[in-house]
Design a protein around this ligand. Sequence first.
Ligand SMILES: NC(=O)c1ccc[n+]([C@@H]2O[C@H](COP(=O)([O-])OP(=O)(O)OC[C@H]3O[C@@H](n4cnc5c(N)ncnc54)[C@H](O)[C@@H]3O)[C@@H](O)[C@H]2O)c1
Length: 367
Amino acid sequence: MSKVLLVTGGAGFIGANFVLYWLGKYPQDRVVVLDALTYAGNLDNLAAVKDSDAMTFVHGDICDQPLVEALIRDQKVDTLVHFAAESHVDRSITGPDAFIETNVIGTHSLLKAAKKVWLDEEANVEGHRFHHVSTDEVYGTLGPEDPAFREDTPYAPNSPYSASKAASDHLVRAYHHTYGLNVTTSNCSNNYGPFHFPEKLIPLVITNILFDRALPIYGDGKQIRDWLYVEDHARGIDLILEKGRIDETYNIGGINEWANIDIVKLICGLMNEAFANDSGLAERFPEASAAQAGNAESLITYVKDRPGHDRRYAIDPTKANNELGYQPAETFETGIRRTLQWYLENESWWRAVMDGSYRQWIEKQYG
Ligand SMILES: NC(=O)c1ccc[n+]([C@@H]2O[C@H](COP(=O)([O-])OP(=O)(O)OC[C@H]3O[C@@H](n4cnc5c(N)ncnc54)[C@H](O)[C@@H]3O)[C@@H](O)[C@H]2O)c1
């Protein structure tokens, strides 16, 4: 049976990748994207489906409960996939209010709208689903020898971002236990891939190399993150919608732990290689002198550590593997090469993103 999805935050990095994945795999379904187009939202991310009858874009805020109710009701939405969030930890340290507003109040507003239309008005729309997209950061930080995060690892969020996501996870759970809303939650590790906003580590390193800018490394650079190609996240959510049990949480990850400094060095090596193999790159990016000289690592610059910086995240995906048959399709080797290639081929995308307020922000941060 075909579905009608309401995808919040569908113009952001993961949300847009999810929409493209979904309409590619299920062309008979309809997707309504609700996005406030904050600095992180970008309609260009949805360019491939913008003229499709299967996708409707609505510019609006998840905190606008009447709007969300009207969308669920009028568009006959049966599945809500909730990505919309303030997502950058650094911004949550300097300005936490927006994180509470969108991630906590906004999620609650969506839950209230879904409950009203699906449970109160329609007397329990069968098969409705509220899927909440969350992060592994809610579990806090791990020591080098600690076992990876499981679904029953106690919550211990350390940043305003992860605390706001943890609060939203609890609200989602409560709306099932109190009102009977059909909910599922996924907690995923760090994503990478196309359309990743250039304030985040991997695209920041790629674009800074192209501009010959410093590659800022927090502290000793030995913080460990568990990286997953973004399409593999979409695949995990797809499996949860298909086979996941109501009121369950699934950790999605690819068993792929990397220290930040090692990722940066890997990208430097791949960029050196790309410039060595393609003389056209030097013409297109004349500023990238370090990569042209085969020496992008010379741009690495250690900076003061982020306050409260978590040391290590790692996901144990056993439950998703066993219950849903989840396996990432991309290895890190293939995924990082695809990503780098995408950034080299989509210069107009990231140049457009880097204009305006983002440019001012990044120049203030990194000179
Ligand atoms: N990026 C990661 O590595 C990662 C990992 C695990 C989980 N997550 C979670 O996945 C989700 C998506 O992350 P992302 O990296 O794509 O984020 P993003 O910052 O790239 O995109 C967020 C999107 O939400 C929209 N938005 C923000 N506030 C809104 C509001 N009030 N109303 C409507 N739309 C609003 C933005 O315009 C943007 O399009 C988030 O919930 C995040 O917590 C991210």
